[in-house]
Design a protein. Sequence first.
Length: 241
Amino acid sequence: MVRLPPTAALLPIGDEVLRGETLDSNSAFLAAELTARGVQVRRILTLPDELDTIVVELQAALAAHDFVITTGGIGPTPDDMTREAVALALGVELELNREAAEAYSAKLGRELNPGQLEMCRLPRGCRLIRNDSVGPPGCVAGRVYVLPGVPSIMKAMWATICDEFSGPQEFRLSFKAGVPESRFSPLMRELGERYPQVKIGSYPRQIEGGWEVEIRLHGYDEEQLARLQAEFEAGLALLRG
């Protein structure tokens, strides 16, 4: 029996991302990291700085996935709503986390100002994500991992928690089609119906003199992928012939 992978949803938060003012490199990084560790990313949903919207989407993501990871919105200003939204989604209070405040103060070497104290107001019962970066505290509340939006700080935090994510190894195969997509589409559909556990993707790219199409197979049964590839390539050979 092939073990199915745990699933994750990534929720980057911020109007600046939705306006195209900031590139969401965090989600690309986290998706690659999770996939490499055997966790299947099922959704990447960018959310606006709207408290009600964030709460609703957090609850929906928790209902459908094993892990939820947010990035952004944990600073001290009114448009930073992630901490409050996570508390509301989980039905807990938002309160000053003394451990977070003491650790943050120690890093800075001085007492925290009101804005810095605000960043230490976290969902009750959460676990801090420890790292050496000076920035807003991250935390784990239930199955929600709350990370900052600044990529360098986010990656520093991720390095301390990445081993908490694991799943079965995903196998991948790829090969060139040598036939236009319009011709092998029926074959791809037929094989997809016969091998529903395998993800089959077709990825064309323009090259000098025309187009090249790469077929990629993703799944958790290595022998099954090999059989599918053999059948696919045999069908492509007939189309080329």
